[in-house]
Design a protein around this ligand. Sequence first.
Ligand code: G3I
Length: 366
Amino acid sequence: MLKKLASAIVLWVSSLLFLAMDAHTQEQANIPSLWETFTPMFDIGVAVEPHLLNDENTPHILRHYRSLTAENCMKPNALYRPDGRGHFEPADRLVAFAKEHGLRLRGHTLVWHNQTPAGFFTDEAGNQLDKDALYARMEAYMTCVMEHFRDVVYCWDVVNEALADGGEETYRVESPWYKICGKEFLLRAFQTAHRIDPDVRLYYNDYGLLNPDKRAKAVAMLKELLATDAPIFGVGIQGHWDIHTFSPQELQKTIDAFAELGLDVQITELDMSVHHPGNREALDGEKWEYTSEIEARQAEVYAQVFEVLCRNADRISSVTFWGISDQYSWRNDFPKKNRPDYALPFDRNSSPKKGFYSIVESFSEF
Ligand code: G3I
């Protein structure tokens, strides 16, 4: 009798679990697909880590995105090895996934001051390389990496975040690239990448480009590069924005400025923090709540973003979200580890938020 009761309870609990799971799966299957919605306009992509390509996330990824960016595993600190052979596991898992499912892959990133091992800039004895030696290393590294991913990566962020945020300086002068080579490392990087693979599309990628001062620096830098025939195909506007300071007018001006230079535009790292960049109080998670009003405000701002993007669809080839859901967003660790943020259109269960619906609706206006 007890046994029968126990198995009845087990059966009841598992059918409840099954129903709950099924409702979640059904919800996932019934909502519009982001990439199908925006296909006439631009690619929709997402940043992922190889360990996230599991049974739980795969249906979500395939439903909404047609392009992938490696969030970390194709950066120099993941790939570079002093013996020059390259460390390609786990990036190759991402490549296999992209190939299996016919997804496009953005290469991120070749030349960056961050996430590049200190040893990249020194010889075996630990002495800083001179300019020629660093260029030789740049060439060897790019050849190794670009050849390895040649048949799957359709574009590379060749140089990432070379510009200074504020002040008089155009460039990030504390970068080892700048310290050793001066600004000419940018031209050299694009020329080298183009020589290695003349067919792959080459991008300059940066954040903060809606800020008029930084945008002006970017325009001046790109003009100068283009005047020397640098083989730049486009600009990646990263898009790490927040609901308090995002301005659709500034986004429009930034797209105009790059398109007028004849460059393709991509939004490469889109997310929308709900915290004010200067709000220290929100660093204390307990004092702060993601209310439905904040979620609604975030949805309005996401709609503003996509209204601008749709209006400029002929100048934009791709829009990539920086993470598959709030669960896996880098924003939860920035500017402080474990300070929750809610920056993406999908919540921690990968369920659609108000922002998801406002993004999809923004398309129907066009
Ligand atoms: O891999 C280690 C792991 O071994 C260790 O246990 C753990 C402890 O914290 O750290 C792990 O490394 C972290 C890595 O992400 C992988 O999760 C690093 O601490 C963390 O700093 C790193 O953050 C990445 C950040 O770039 C570093 O610059 C974020 O995931 C990634 O989203 C972010 O992406 C950048 C773009 O490449 C360029 N634009 C800005 C964007 C956001 O910062």
